[in-house]
Design a protein around this ligand. Sequence first.
Ligand SMILES: [Zn+2]
Length: 434
Amino acid sequence: MVAGSCSSLPGLCPSCFRCRHGTEQSVTAPRAPAPRPWPSRTVKTGVRGAAGAPEPRRLLLGAPVDSDSDTEGGAAGGEAEMDFLRHFFSQTLGLGTQKERLLDELTLEGVTRYMQSERCRRVICLVGAGISTSAGIPDFRSPSTGLYANLEKYRLPYPEAIFEIGYFKKHPEPFFALAKELYPGQFKPTVCHYFIRLLKEKGLLLRCYTQNIDTLERVAGLEPEDLVEAHGTFYTSHCTSALCRQEYTLSWMKEKIFSEVTPKCEKCHSVVKPDIVFFGENLPARFFSCMQSDFLKVDLLLIMGTSLQVQPFASLIGKAPLSTPRLLINKEKTGQTDPFLGMMMGLGGGMDFDSKKAYRDVAWLGDCDQGCLALADLLGWKKELEDLVRKEHASIDAQQAGSGSPNPNPSTSPRKSPPPDKEEARTSEGEKPQ
Ligand SMILES: [Zn+2]
């Protein structure tokens, strides 16, 4: 539908520093650069073990000292601004930033030693459908999954129409039929999800940027502030009327979906839609605001289960400083763009695993869960990870057995509370939902 309409020159869009929004999925960026939230310098420091005690961090031998490293306690706005501009120009024009080699070898072992060093304090995870496939969730945006075959009775003009906002407003039924089949909460988080949770518990997770809308990151115990749900989430829903925008909860939406009633706003009777990003809709403003500050201070990018095909998410790999190591755990190598094309199109540097100039990118090829287990093993976290998965899955099983609900998330299970249609709608003026 409506493709991106950023009018800035390539690489200079004030909201995203590029203007290729919407080239692949017709997503558009928020128009508005509100007063820019200059990056906060408040950072997490130190790694904590399972018992909460600080773990000793090894200094990586030969690791150069970063004279420009973040300082704790916050920097003056001016300094942060300068930092931001320095980074921006270095990324856009290739100026001023050295390619410092921080990995002693381009292997999982090399990444492990870096993660155990003082230099690596802030990890950003970039994840996609591949981290949820072992939970049984198909990549349901892909027409090749077979899911679309079940929708023949709705006579979609073409499969992707089901996720187009213009089509949805006129014909919401096919989307809700698919949503019933794929309802988030019928699945358990994977080893990979719990590995990210472990990164958080160790004090290493700066943010998890996910393309998934299955809410499994939340089920695995990540908090909203740990997450950027780049393509939205089922967790909340809103009335599609621009004048109303009433918010509804997951359990309210679930009740409608499972009773096969098209969810209608209780204030204005417009259709209510989960807050997932449809083709033709803006990405959440949080994606852009977090991106601007997070990528200034990231020490490691951990890219898992994504083919890096969808913009603008895929461009995130080029937002990190040139020295920042990037580990890809995926079925195949991805993200390798021609460096010249990448620069011209504002995509930043593509991944380089194999050339003579390779210095920071590592690919571990295979299943995401196996990759996380291998990394956890090298880090000495394997047993902790396996115990966490076992404990959490048992807890989900017990909740499902106890409630008869397929929804493993206690905070979203409608069976835990009075009937959702009586209690759950968040009404700003204290109105009683019907
Ligand atoms: Zn409404």
